[in-house]
Design a protein around this ligand. Sequence first.
Ligand code: NIG
Ligand code: FE
Length: 425
Amino acid sequence: MTEPPKPDPDRDPVASGVAFTPRLVTPTGPAPKRASDMVRPDVIEDAALVWRDGVITYAGPAWALPRSDLAADGVEVRVDGAVVPGFVDCHTHLPFFGWRADEFESRLSGLTYRDVQGRGGGIYRSARLLAEAADEKIIEFCLPLAQEMLAHGTTAFEMKSGYGLSVEGELRQLRLARALAERVPQSVSVTLLACHAVPDGWERAAWVDAACRDLIPAAAEEGLADAVDAYVEDIAFGLDDLERIAAAAHEHGLRLRVHADQLGHSAAAEAAVRLGAASADHLNNAGAEGVSALGDGSTVAVLLPVSTLFIGATRPPAQELLDAGAALALATDFNPGTSPCLSMPEVLAAGSALYGIAPLTGLTAATLNAAHVLGMSDRLGSLEPGKRADFVVLDAAEPAMVAYRPGHDPIASVWLGGRPVSPAT
Ligand code: NIG
Ligand code: FE
């Protein structure tokens, strides 16, 4: 893979320019957007987007553009399609190594996801694959995936551990995530998924002890993680474990994420809100209390419709969440078990068709709200002065076309810090 240079507005003063577009569509203002605010991003017809040194200086109607805003040495492009913020994929399980297509086939012939995991497959399989692979092999496997994400319009994303399944293994996976982050052009946030599966040979409570006593402090000390996640499920960890993980994360200044109510109902959604989590993710089996907590609280509801599709899970109460006033984000959950899909356009399509999420609501969920989940909404996630010029040019002037045409590649070009990075130039 050819690696585009990582744009850095501080070091790289040449990325200046203006793009004229028939339509610029972006959420604006404070994040996260809730419910009815999500459906109303700004839609500016005949717009100009201007950036200097990689940072947006103007986003508005072309007629109102002050000539002084144009840098003499910048690029000037006229595009036929809509300009929207780059997608922010706020929930992936990169870095991982290898695929699990045979498990997919087993599920199609009758096994459940729980059965596969119970036979030593699932997360345990990915943990073995990761442990057996050399660092450089893992990086070589993941780099083209990050490049493919970029080509699909993802300009920032999250990586998680959770396939390390030992203190050293988790720290190694976090170091690999940080190493990958150095080599991909996108902005990256790294999450320590401290409790994903109970490691072989451990009692659940003993692993949670080790995670709180050794793993979280070590990850924080080495600056390896920005957040801590836990998988609350009957085949994984309980609410009491989540409480302890949350306390340790808090003590070390790390944000909290929660895999909540995915395969069954565990009341993790309302626990996530109570514990001040940045997000509660999946939510397929969230109940009325979870919905109302997310509606009132500051935790973002991250929905992962392709994983729902892929494992045939119950649909989450997406409309109820919107009606309750929750802030929604959409992400891929990219991983080899429940969502081998890295395409945010596909996520938007599935979010609309499967969950009934309006296309413009989906756009807010996949950009500004997702950036908020990663703690990045001060610098990216929308096209506003002061933010990085991370944007996507669509191949149509109507952004609803992204959700309307599953399987179609709607991306004409991708720009990072004001530089065109895909297609490669
Ligand atoms: O978010 N359910 C827990 N973790 C992942 C799947 C991990 C795997 O199967 O490898 C998820 O769906
Ligand atoms: Fe996940």
